[in-house]
Design a protein around this ligand. Structure first.
Ligand SMILES: C[S@@+](CC[C@H](N)C(=O)[O-])C[C@H]1O[C@@H](n2cnc3c(N)ncnc32)[C@H](O)[C@@H]1O
Length: 384
């Protein structure tokens, strides 16, 4: 609320002047009558008679000051009087300037925060109403403004149409920041529909994924247009990172071949059993092993080229921290090529089928052992 002191005191809320007190919190001196504007008197707790346990929150002297300075409000409702004091934004109840410790209230009162606006924002990207009640970007960006940190990770476990991802990318654009996001969503089926530009969506994940793509593109276009603007005074922005990966949770890429010692038969001891599940790609296996090495899923991954790797897919993860190849029967030249990389990888990973027999496995381990040097140490090898 606002009053004539708004410019110096800011807005205010009304707070009741009386309280029911317990035990030793009660003070006899705070149980006094106050004269109402119509001449009647009021005791704390209501009525013109003194009530046990009730107190005014202010002393008589402070009340007088408050009335003179416009801090006290008398209100009549259904014939009953109540007394309130104003809690201002910028001053305390003694008139001293303050900075409120809780700058945000639970209530976000803004015209720009409405579901209708969320729907309009989706329509702009999809030319179609593809999702019911998406949150407006402004709601999430208001929340993003409340926390500090230019590179924090924003997690939304119920991501729906991925408003949060959209808001994070726009926040990065506006603040020249590099916050990242993790969106989690059940692949809830929806009636398959064809959206604009031939995009067919079958699950809520499809909608979220496509939204992130389209939102990123629109941010890129907007920034590039402003870069091309001829106005030299305008500060040029760079396109924020609009890249993202989509991962699906699944069972492990490997068959569970663990056995108790007593269940082993002589035949099992051949051990050259293929444990990789059918239909799993080498990228599936690569992503499955990243947590083992505490490498985040967002890490850069490239495929190595060069004659020595010809015909084989060798991944370099996090600028060569980990190298991996899950192809079958990797020849020695590829393994040597991996071992000779500079800087030396911390980890080298191959699949079980990548090494033909136990001799090849020993050879693999040996090649990396010999490539160790004093400065960079030894690459740890893993056969998965
Ligand atoms: C209301 S939507 C989120 C809307 C989103 N903020 C937006 O702007 O589009 C909530 C989503 O959470 C998912 N969800 C609900 N209950 C869940 C649960 N128990 N586990 C995982 N996901 C759930 C639903 O699939 C639904 O799409």
């Amino acid at each position: 609320m606002k009053d004539e002191y708004y410019s110096s005191r800011g807005g205010y809320l009304l707070n009741k002047m009386d309280r029911r007190m317990t035990g030793s919190h009660y003070s006899e001196s705070l149980n006094y009558p106050i004269h109402m504007p119509d001449g009647s008197i009021l005791y704390p707790g209501g009525g013109c008679e003194k009530k046990a346990h009730w107190n005014w929150r202010w002393s008589q002297a402070k009340l007088k000051w408050g009335i003179d300075e416009g801090y006290v409000v008398f209100r009549q409702n259904d014939g009953k009087w109540s007394v309130y004091f104003k809690q201002y934004e910028k001053v305390d109840n003694l008139g001293n300037e303050i900075v409120r410790g809780t700058p945000y209230l639970n209530l976000l009162a803004s015209d720009s925060i409405s579901s209708a606006r969320g729907t309009r924002e989706m329509m702009e990207l999809f030319e179609d109403k593809v999702f019911d009640y998406p949150k407006p970007i402004k709601l999430i960006s208001t929340l993003l403004d409340m926390v500090g940190g230019d590179d924090l990770v924003v997690l939304d476990l119920f991501s729906g149409s991925a408003t949060t991802a959209h808001a994070v990318m726009e926040w990065n654009e506006k603040n020249d920041a590099s916050r990242s996001f993790i969106m989690v969503q059940l692949p809830e089926a929806i009636k398959a529909a064809a959206g604009s530009h031939g995009f067919v969506y079958r699950t809520i994940c499809d909608i979220g994924e496509e939204r992130i793509r389209r939102a990123g593109e629109s941010i890129r276009r907007r920034v590039e247009m402003s870069e091309n603007a001829l106005d030299l005074d305008v500060e040029k922005k760079s396109v924020p990172d609009i890249g993202f990966r989509v991962l699906r949770i699944d069972s492990s890429g490997y068959e569970d071949v663990r056995k108790t010692p007593e269940s082993y038969t002589q035949g099992d001891l051949g051990l050259d059993v293929d444990t990789t599940k059918a239909g799993r790609t080498s990228l599936d296996l690569l992503f499955e092993c990243l947590p083992t090495f505490q490498i985040p899923y967002s890490t850069p991954i490239t495929e190595l080229d060069g004659e020595v790797f010809d015909g084989y897919t060798v991944y370099s993860v996090n600028h060569g921290q980990l190298i991996a190849c899950f192809d079958e029967n990797i020849p020695e030249r590829v393994i040597r090529g991996m071992a000779q990389l500079e800087p030396k990888p911390s980890y080298a990973v191959v699949g079980e089928d990548s090494l033909l027999d136990s001799a090849a496995r020993t050879n693999f381990t040996e090649i990396f052992r010999q490539s160790a040097d004093e400065l960079q140490g030894q690459t740890q090898v893993r056969i998965l």
